[in-house]
Design a protein around this ligand. Sequence first.
Ligand SMILES: NC(=O)c1ccc[n+]([C@@H]2O[C@H](COP(=O)([O-])OP(=O)(O)OC[C@H]3O[C@@H](n4cnc5c(N)ncnc54)[C@H](OP(=O)(O)O)[C@@H]3O)[C@@H](O)[C@H]2O)c1
Length: 212
Amino acid sequence: MRILIAGANGKIGQHLIRKMADSKHEARAMVRDPEQAPALQALGATETVVGDLEKDCSDAMKDCDAVIFTAGSGPHTGPDKTIDIDQNGAIRLIDTAKKMGVKRFVLVSSMRAETPEKAPEKIRHYLQAKLNADNHLRESGLTYTIVRPGPLTEDPGNGQVEVSEKLDRSGDIPREDVAEVLLEVLDATNTENQVFDVLSGEKRVKDALGNL
Ligand SMILES: NC(=O)c1ccc[n+]([C@@H]2O[C@H](COP(=O)([O-])OP(=O)(O)OC[C@H]3O[C@@H](n4cnc5c(N)ncnc54)[C@H](OP(=O)(O)O)[C@@H]3O)[C@@H](O)[C@H]2O)c1
């Protein structure tokens, strides 16, 4: 499949591009700045395309079979940008996928997004933005998978995770392992139309997803 990756230049995105280069899938890396393209091609992106989630990305999505959204406004912007990117950017891209006939959509959300009201006030808007995007995808009619990682680390991945509809524990997960989950999800039909939490755990990604 040809996969449009929104957030390709991000930390998870770069791991994903590298892993996808060794898979049967082709990565079309979407970047905001054309100067980011050569490095992503060197990492293994089959193609790069310029696109901004605050604008129409129809051209970037042309002829793609699936979309993986792993973009985000990041921790250094205010709540406005969180709404613009994590919520409205995702919603715009979901609507574009529908319009362009792209049927499969994988969205990186966040653990605890289903209960923003229970979160500390500082991150409530972020979790609400994620939940709004998740709900839009669920109601879109697209074949979706919503992946909700816990706190992300820079540690090297070890390919061992725990996934469940709801993980009621603390923990974290290397970004590299989230990237592996995103890649595996594309071929795991049992993850279609599923929402799940993911943390570091004790099962190989493929086995953990298989047991969902
Ligand atoms: N941090 C955590 O503990 C945590 C936990 C759970 C889930 N998450 C989620 O995990 C995801 C990825 O995390 P990460 O650490 O890989 O993020 P990251 O390194 O900050 O990457 C985010 C990417 O989004 C891109 N982006 C931002 N605005 C954009 C726009 N308008 N148009 C196109 N692309 C845009 C950025 O582009 P540039 O490279 O051009 O800046 C960047 O490549 C996010 O959705 C985040 O909310 C994070």
